[in-house]
Design a protein around this ligand. Structure first.
Ligand SMILES: Nc1ncnc2c1ncn2[C@@H]1O[C@H](COP(=O)(O)OP(=O)(O)OP(=O)(O)O)[C@@H](O)[C@H]1O
Ligand SMILES: [Mg+2]
Length: 360
């Protein structure tokens, strides 16, 4: 049609604003990117337009007459003559903007009819492309999860055999050492940590098999304390101060204590990992109404805003030796217990994880 410029605007995946997705025409080099906010009158009323709109008719179309000065200024500044809504099934999938013709003539009736015809097909194609993209993302996610399940099942058997030996020899060592032998405590840690590792493997298998574990009424303070005792060892050697703040009344929850230990230990490990230069970890438990709240706050490197939504994804890690399963497993355990896990973080300031569990 020999338009001077043609803009294809598509909704941005982040904000939903209609932004220039592709451009054709003069000044290919320094394109003035056109965009309209998702809630502007223009994008809102384009949803209800079936046909190509001439910019000069805007004032005569009732649903468009509310288009504000800012939107009009964008249209005028870019010499836009025609607006073509791209609609598929009541959905505005895009907007095509055509500037004046190079010849200076205005668009003919045939031109407009042609635009009306292709606009529908274009809308359907765009919508299909978007769905395809979404599906592909879903497939990537589920294939990651599927391979995770497969991997866990294959490795678990082998790892469990080795861990069983560590547990057995740890127990023998512990029992062989005299009561007053200072190494006795170390042997106990070898045994209990190996048991914990075996349980982790079993929980991973549990994810694959969706297995349930037994629950008892436990005092959350006791669970946290046992983890802090263990975590302190590493924290101390890395110049990290651990401060504990427990609720006065016992925060009772119906839970599998071993699974909760695993969750807390992962949060501690993450907090410690986030402070290679040392720092402080604050742990607290509180009772609020029907919930028991556990928080762990560190003064570490924090999590960039764009990574926050990924940290619970399986296999997402920023660590050389990380598996990226810690938070995935933690969230799945917390949710299985009817609770929630939330994160708040500021870069170079620190991070807080909050877990809420139903109180009994
Ligand atoms: N307290 C924290 N401070 C800064 N970043 C964190 C913190 N906790 C988690 N993260 C980020 O989230 C990512 C995922 O954590 P997650 O516990 O799931 O896996 P990981 O610690 O990397 O490996 P692992 O499976 O061994 O736990 C980390 O690699 C890190 O980038
Ligand atoms: Mg971790």
């Amino acid at each position: 049609m020999e338009s001077r410029r043609v803009y294809l605007l598509l909704p941005s995946t982040q904000s939903g604003d209609f932004e220039t997705y592709s451009y054709f025409g003069q000044d290919q080099e320094n394109v003035n990117k056109v965009s309209f906010p998702i809630n502007s009158m223009l994008t809102r009323s384009m949803k209800y337009q079936d046909n190509t709109i001439d910019v000069n008719d805007i004032d005569y179309i009732p649903s468009l007459s509310a288009v504000n000065v800012e939107d009009r200024r964008i249209l005028t500044n870019n010499g836009i003559e025609l607006l073509v809504p791209l609609r598929s099934k009541e959905l505005l999938t895009g907007i095509l903007l055509l500037a004046h013709k190079t010849s200076g003539e205005s668009y003919s009736m045939e031109d407009r009819q042609l635009l009306n015809t292709i606009s529908n097909q274009a809308a359907v194609s765009i919508e299909n492309a978007r769905l395809y993209d979404q599906l592909q993302q879903q497939l990537i996610r589920s294939s990651k999860l599927a391979s995770l399940g497969e991997l866990a099942t294959n490795v678990a058997h082998e790892v469990n055999n080795s861990l069983q030996s560590v547990i057995n020899y740890g127990t023998i060592l512990y029992e062989d050492l005299a009561d007053d032998n200072p190494l006795r405590e170390d042997a106990k840690i070898i045994e209990s940590e190996a048991i914990r590792a075996r349980n982790i493997v079993e929980i991973l298998l549990g994810i694959a098999r969706k297995e349930r574990t037994t629950r008892e009424t436990v005092d959350l303070n006791d669970v946290v304390k046992s983890v802090v005792t263990l975590a302190r060892l590493r924290a101390k050697s890395e110049n990290i101060l651990v401060q504990e703040n427990y609720s006065l009344e016992a925060p009772m929850v119906k839970a599998n204590a071993e699974q909760l230990r695993q969750v807390f230990l992962n949060l501690f490990t993450n907090a410690t990992d986030a402070m290679p230069q040392g720092g402080k970890i604050d742990v607290s438990t509180t009772i609020a109404n029907k919930n028991v709240i556990f928080t762990v706050t560190d003064t570490g490197m924090g999590i960039p805003q764009n990574a926050i939504e990924k940290i619970f994804d399986p296999l997402y890690t920023t660590k050389i030796n990380g598996t990226g399963l810690g938070l995935t497993v933690s969230r799945s355990i917390v949710e299985e217990h009817g609770g929630t896990i939330e994160v708040e973080s500021e870069e170079n300031k620190g991070t807080t994880f909050t877990i809420r569990l139903p109180r009994v």
